[in-house]
Design a protein around this ligand. Sequence first.
Ligand SMILES: Cc1cc2nc3c(=O)[nH]c(=O)nc-3n(C[C@H](O)[C@H](O)[C@H](O)COP(=O)(O)OP(=O)(O)OC[C@H]3O[C@@H](n4cnc5c(N)ncnc54)[C@H](O)[C@@H]3O)c2cc1C
Length: 392
Amino acid sequence: MTEGIKKDVIIIGAGASGLLCAIECGKRGRQVLVLDHGRRTGSKIRISGGGRCNFTNLNVTAGHYVSRNSQFCKSALARFTPRDVLDLVEQHHIAYQEKEAGQLFCVKSSADIIALLEAECARSGVEIRLKCSVAEIGKGRGFMVATGQGTFQAGSLVIATGGLSYPDLGASGLGHAVAKQFGLRIVPPRPGLVPFLFATRDQKVFQELAGISLDAALSCGPKRFRGSLLFTHRGLSGPAALQASLFWTPGELISIDLLPDRDILGAFMAKRRSRIELRNLLASYLPKRLAEAWCDQMTISKPLDQTSDKELKAIAGGLHAWKVLPKGTEGYATAEVTAGGVDTGELSSKTMEARKVPGLYFIGEVVDVTGELGGYNLHWAWASGFAAGQVA
Ligand SMILES: Cc1cc2nc3c(=O)[nH]c(=O)nc-3n(C[C@H](O)[C@H](O)[C@H](O)COP(=O)(O)OP(=O)(O)OC[C@H]3O[C@@H](n4cnc5c(N)ncnc54)[C@H](O)[C@@H]3O)c2cc1C
């Protein structure tokens, strides 16, 4: 590969982590070039949080992240906190609001966050090249990156290419390929925060319910998520299902409490001598169509006075622990994140630098650190970008 234009730092990926890292490197007087094959910066930020970008969470702790090494993210999270994000947001006069559980969203639009990042990049003298595809990466004394816009060279190379989800928005496997090229281990990637697909039998019964949502609790192994559950044409979505998907392994049953906090057996017993049909009684606790489909599927709906105690107990138990065996998930096309990625054992938790390859850094979603729903993934992008930005 021929030598090219020299920079101090090349960052591949103009998303959340790449731009934050670029700003920090630029502030230190480093000559920074950000490359991205997309037409715009921050494509995922733009669609995040339904267009309002849930940019951080006041409750950020390592406990909200999934990784083979649950301790790895601690150091970066400690050095770039939700308060640091807010300082930036407030300096740029971006109106924000707290939704449930510490989730901070833009009041107007996620475009405000992208404008903030672009303005800070411009202030730090960062050069951004878009529509720039990477053909080859080589290493001599520094790193050489051959692109459709020429070859560039730098002593530090930061990989901020994100995960595999939403390929329509520019996601690619480049980050994983670079890790492999330099002999770094990868934790097998998989779609995360993604809707479940019903098995064929369940889909036939429940597809009619598409659009219905209710407050439920989903358990996947020891993890339990309370929140909204949404029936789709193909399966289950909504925050509770998306969260559970992070912990689900194919072939595993999920258990759904359709009536959390409610003593439905007590409600049955209170009407023990009534002639009311079970499906009609259930319709006062569940959306009517769900009550009907659930009764059709699971039980015979009889008047309560003709149903035995044993049957009522079994029905109540089923409502609190409806066992579903998904046939899979919707996959990368709609997954909010990619779990897995560059094995954290290969990286310094302080700087994100590859231990075996000085000068090579991995930040953001490409690393095996995946946040729960609620602003944790963008916060990891900021925090890991900040950590690398202090040294790259
Ligand atoms: C629909 C949706 C909603 C979301 N909402 C939220 C939310 O509200 N809050 C939250 O915390 N998280 C949210 N997330 C997750 C969050 O957006 C990501 O975790 C975060 O953007 C990851 O940042 P990153 O910098 O690692 O990668 P990205 O932001 O994905 O940036 C990667 C960049 O690398 C570029 N790139 C990739 N491959 C190449 C290549 N081969 N050559 C050149 N450039 C390349 C891409 O074009 C992209 O610009 C959401 C995700 C989705 C899909």
